[in-house]
Ligand binder design. Structure first.
Ligand code: UT7
Length: 337
């Protein structure tokens, strides 16, 4: 019989590549300006990989979260990585992280839900724990979009940054920190945000490859913007209702960091004060599946969020996919952040 009916969140961590690309750097590359990027997105700079990889960033974020949680690799029995920019089609990034950290007792697999990936991965991990299948789960969101961007396309290259974030979850007999989960998708809108490089777009071996631009992010920014501003408030209301909470019971809202104007528009629609909104995209850009744990870590480091706090985590992105969780953040670092 399963005696574990709660999921505790015991750690968070993050990792960013060393190289920083500022808006001024982009001014030298495409027809844009710091003024346009700042006023239309809120982004001032982003980190991009040089020698780092999706796997190395994931590993660094994992070790950071494990240090926070005070768990060792052998305690982990499941690793889930959310990424849409893995180093390989297979093996999964989760298997590569397992090898790097020596989590010899863990099962490992990846989840692909683009920028919503971390919300999907936490939801799946919560199920594994609450059904008694796993006891200590490492959940990672990592993306290296810089490898999949056309750096001559000002519509996309200004937005994305690379990074990884991680959580450690643990089964508990008497405590529960994941209060409600809510995930959705609408595949009819699949073509509005994609990287078409794989599978069906590969030619038969021996014939020339398709156009180079197939490997780059393609996005209808306006459609995705409008989609986000319309579905995020619904997702927040839905997940609060599943948790039997009012909006006012939520202390902080950690939205996927895609655009400051999206965060502002959602706050306005829901009547939320600015100081309840976590914002990090000015310094890291849109880090896709990594953005929510990186934002939580940032808010803990700056002292905006102090334990305990009830937080709504809300993701949206390619698929199109979206989702939200209500978490009770009450973890205390076993070593300093
Ligand atoms: O992670 C999840 C996925 N992504 C998102 O959530 C992104 C959602 N979308 C957005 O954040 C916004 O749509 C963008 C930031 C991508 C674009 O902002 P926008 O306000 O929707 O701009 P727009 O595409 O309507 O373009 C407005 C103008 C256009 O010029 P004209 O036609 O008005 O003369 C663009 O050509 O701004 C121009 N423009 C730029 N100008 C300078 C577009 N990109 C740039 C640029 N620099 N980088």
């Amino acid at each position: 019989m399963n005696n574990f009916n709660g999921t505790k969140i015991i750690g968070v961590g993050g990792a960013l590549p060393a190289t920083v690309v500022t808006n001024a750097d982009l001014e030298n590359q495409v027809d844009t300006s710091d003024e346009w990027i700042t006023s239309r997105t809120g982004i001032k700079q982003r980190h991009v990989v040089d020698t780092e990889t999706c796997t190395s960033l994931s590993t660094a974020a994992a070790l950071d979260a494990m240090k926070f949680a005070g768990v060792n690799a052998e305690e982990i029995d499941l690793i889930i990585v959310a990424t849409s920019t893995p180093d390989y089609l297979y093996p999964s990034t989760a298997c590569l992280v397992q090898r790097e950290i020596g989590a010899i007792n863990a099962a490992a697999f990846d989840i692909e839900a683009a920028c919503t990936g971390i919300v999907y991965a936490l939801t799946v991990a919560d199920q594994f724990i609450k059904t008694g299948a796993s006891k200590t789960v490492l959940v990672i969101g990592a993306d290296v979009h810089s490898r999949f961007l056309d750096w001559n396309d000002r519509n996309t290259c200004i937005l994305f940054g690379d990074g990884a974030g991680a959580f450690v979850l643990q089964a508990s007999t008497d405590e529960n920190d994941i209060l409600a989960t809510y995930i959705k998708a609408d595949g009819r809108k699949a073509d509005f945000l994609n990287i078409p490089n794989f599978g069906v777009n590969y030619q038969k071996p021996g014939t020339p490859d398709k156009k180079e631009d197939q490997r780059f992010v393609q996005m209808n920014g306006k459609v995705v913007y409008e989609f986000a501003v319309s579905i995020v408030p619904d997702a927040v209301r839905a997940v609060c209702s599943k948790a039997n909470m009012d909006l006012s019971d939520v202390d902080f809202f950690i939205l996927h960091q895609a655009n400051q104007r999206i965060i502002k528009a959602v706050a306005t629609k829901l009547g939320l004060p600015d100081d309840k909104m976590v914002v990090t995209l000015d310094s890291v850009g849109n880090t896709s599946a990594a953005s929510i744990p990186l934002a939580l870590k940032h808010a803990l480091t700056t002292g905006q969020i102090k334990s305990p706090a009830r937080c709504a985590l809300v993701g949206f992105g390619g698929g199109l996919t979206w989702g939200a969780l209500i978490i009770n953040w009450r973890a205390v670092a076993k070593s300093s952040l």
